[in-house]
Each structure stands twice: as C-alpha cells, then as structure tokens.
Design a binder for this molecule. Structure first.
Ligand SMILES: O=C(O)[C@H](O)COP(=O)(O)O
Ligand SMILES: [Mg+2]
Length: 413
C-alpha cells in the first residue's frame, strides 16, 4: 500500500524514540492510553510508522514550552514518519491535519517543525497541480529568457480606481510585465473591486490591442467563497489573466476551488508566513509548504527575496526558490515570486545564487519610489536583470545604466 512520508525537526527532553512513538500514535490510531479497539491488526494497517531517527545536537534550554524532566537536557533530531494512504485517501484537509495537526500540541516536544513531505505517485491522478506555473505565466505576457518584472500598487490602499489606472498606464508604457494589488487592497470605500477591474483592464486591453503584449494584473480576489467566485468571473469577463489570493487567509479548500477552474493564473501571496516559519523550531519549512499549495494548484508562490525587508535569511530564500523549481507529483512548476524590499540591486546576487530567470521579480517601493519616476523604476529593474545575466556586479551595472545608477544611490544600504 502506498505511503506518505514526512520529515520533522524536533526537540525533546525524552528519549527521541519514545517521543517519536507518541507522535506516531497521536497522529494515527492511538491516544494517550491504549483503547480496546486498537488491535494489532488495526495498528498494522493504520498506525503511523517511525521510519528513521537521526539524532542531532543537545541543548540546555527548551526552544518552546513543553515538558521538562529534572536533570535532562533537550535532544534535537530529524524524525521521519510515514502513514498509509488508506488513512485519508485523497483529502487535503485531513492530510494536513495529519501532517500538521495536534502533533504541534504534544507536550513531549519542545520544538517541532515539518521540514518536507512526499506523496505517492497516485496523487497525480487526483490533483492537477498548477495549471500555468512558470511556463504559462511567462507565455501569457510574452516573456522568454529573463524574469518577469513586476510591481505592487502602492500606496497599498487609498488611491481611486482612476488614479490606479493612470499609474498602471505609466507602468505598462514603461514595459512592465506584471502588476498586482497589494494584499491589503480588496475593495476599499474609494476603490471598489468592480470599478478597479473595469478601469484597469481597459488600459491593459488597449495596450494589448496596440502592441500584442498583455500585461498580467493580479487582482486580489481574497474574500468569502461566493464573492471570490464572483470576482474571478468578473476578471474573466474583462479578459484579465490573473487573480491573487492571500492563501493563508483564504485557506486550502477555498484556494483549491478557485485553482480547479483553471481559467486564470493564480498568484499565491503567503502573507502571515512569519507566523508559520519564523521560529526555527516551530511550524513548517517552505519546501513542505509549497508542496501543499502545489497540490491545491497555485501557479505563483511568494518566496521573499535576497536582502529582503523582512527577517528571512538569504539562504532560506534561495532554498525556497529551488524548491519551486524541483519537480513534484503534479502540474507545472510554480513561478517563484521574489518580493519584499527589492529594487534591482539584489538581482546579481539572486542570479548568482539561483542561476535561473524563471522568476517573477517584483518591486513595489523599488519601482514607485525611484528618484526619476516610475518609468525609470521599471527601466532600472530591466537593466538590473540584464546586468545580472551578463555577469555584471551592481557597481559595474551602475556604470553602464543611468536609471539603475539612480536606484543604487537611492536604495543601496
Ligand atoms: O505584497 C508585496 O509583495 C509587498 O508589498 C512588497 O512590497 P515592496 O516591494 O514595497 O517591499
Ligand atoms: Mg504587500
């Protein structure tokens, strides 16, 4: 019978074997005490198995609250656990409650993080995965051998639809590939969703008719399910190509319901990520996280960026990009969305470390606050990526490109 494998990074004051057995029991047929129906036969078929334990370092203090044992220190380890596919069939919420459920509450652990998981091949018969991903996103706006260059409308909230559309026109005329609503922008009192779609798509469609290039705009449809559906249909009606979802806010099943329709590229914004990942011994690592959303069918996944404005390390960002580029059981590879405090100066290092142009490289402040204006902001990003692929350093690129040089002066720390 096919099995699902998950790897955890754990910390415990108990013997690791003992703590891992508690985890396996709690997350399958067992509980804190053996119950009459839990026969050997039932356990053989449904109990989770501890497949492997790799002991790591020992620390003096617990990383998060949990049990302590007098005189005992805290052992860290990597633990691999598996479940039979018979435990949940093809049901993502129950899969998630198994891999990421009450095990975070178990008092025997003073640290627990889901590092990665693998699902069997048969998942491809049940999950389509990203319908567009890297290939479909780039093809939709005519980008080939470079990253898609994008921006986020800022101020995030407060502008009228007409002001937003005027900014969109400037950005499109400058040659941008992708624009999105900020995650804080749904339908504000002065910029109702429907009005915004109407005026922005007019600008995009006119440009597409004239030039053949259809800029991708990710309208933030995050909402209750019926409203999301209505907004999705409205974007389609106006011949838009993309919708954005704040995936942590909207949830797995609602996101999948939208992705399953397959008409629009789905841009997955992971705001709230820090809550899930910022603590080194709690939550989930991105290689596991992105697989969940690939199963749901998300086409574009935020990964932060090199030298971002948040807490995440460059190593973690690089690992996240690489995980999106690895094959998985279903669909196209999702497009890694590099965003957070980007302005182009990070492009050479991003390319040096990832050797890929299969990215959506986005700068909000980095384009819109360019000292020579938004048009120069777009140009500076285009220059930054040309320079990065040509192997130029930031300094060399600044000598060659005046707009990029102005960015360096403004944004370099
Ligand atoms: O939604 C996003 O990706 C952020 O708002 C990024 O904005 P910034 O480029 O101004 O940091
Ligand atoms: Mg934002």
């Amino acid at each position: 019978m096919e099995r699902i494998f998950a790897e955890y990074y754990i910390e415990t004051p108990y013997e690791v074997e003992q703590a891992a057995a508690v985890l396996a029991g709690e997350q399958s047929s067992g509980t804190f005490v053996s119950v009459p129906g839990e026969t050997a036969e039932l356990k053989e078929r449904f109990a989770a198995r501890v497949e492997n334990i790799e002991k790591l370092d020992i620390v003096d203090e617990p990383s998060i609250p949990g049990n302590s044992i007098p005189g005992k220190k805290y052992q860290r380890a990597r633990v691999q656990v598996s479940w039979s596919i018979e435990n949940f069939g093809y049901n993502l919420p129950v899969l998630i409650s198994t891999l990421q459920g009450n095990l975070y509450e178990i008092s025997q652990f003073t640290g627990l993080k889901l590092m990665d998981f693998d699902v069997p091949d048969s998942f491809k018969n049940h999950y389509r995965g990203p319908q567009f991903g890297i290939k479909g996103s780039k093809a939709s706006c005519g980008v080939t051998d470079r990253p898609m260059i994008g921006t986020i409308i800022k101020p995030s909230v407060g502008m009228s639809p007409e002001e937003t559309a005027a900014l969109v026109k400037t950005l499109i005329d400058a040659g941008i590939d992708f624009i999105k609503d900020d995650e804080l922008m749904g339908s504000t009192a002065n910029s109702l969703f429907d009005n915004r779609v109407n005026v922005i798509m007019k600008v995009i469609n006119e440009h597409a008719q004239k030039t053949g290039k259809k800029v991708m705009y990710a309208f933030n449809i995050s909402d209750e399910i019926d409203q999301m559906q209505r907004k999705y249909d409205l974007i389609k009606k106006h011949e838009g190509t993309c919708a954005m979802i704040s995936i942590n806010s909207v949830g797995l099943s609602a996101t999948k319901k939208i992705c399953d329709q397959g008409d629009l590229v789905i841009h997955g914004h992971r705001n709230g990520w820090g809550m899930l990942n910022r603590h080194p011994l709690l939550g989930i690592e991105f290689p596991a996280y992105q697989k969940i959303w690939r199963l749901a069918g998300v086409d574009q996944m935020h990964v932060n960026g090199i030298q971002n404005k948040f807490w995440e390390s460059d190593d973690s960002v690089v690992k996240s990009i690489q995980s999106c580029l690895k094959p998985f059981v279903c669909g196209n590879n999702p497009l890694p969305v590099v965003s957070s405090g980007q302005w182009g100066g990070q492009a050479p290092e991003t390319y040096r470390r990832t050797q890929t142009t299969d990215l959506l490289y986005m700068a909000g402040g980095g384009i819109l606050a360019h000292p020579m204006g938004a048009t120069s902001g777009v140009n500076a990003l285009q220059q930054a990526w040309k320079a990065a692929v040509d192997g130029l350093s930031v300094e060399e690129a600044a000598l060659q490109y005046p707009e990029f040089a102005a960015s360096v002066k403004k944004f370099a720390k």
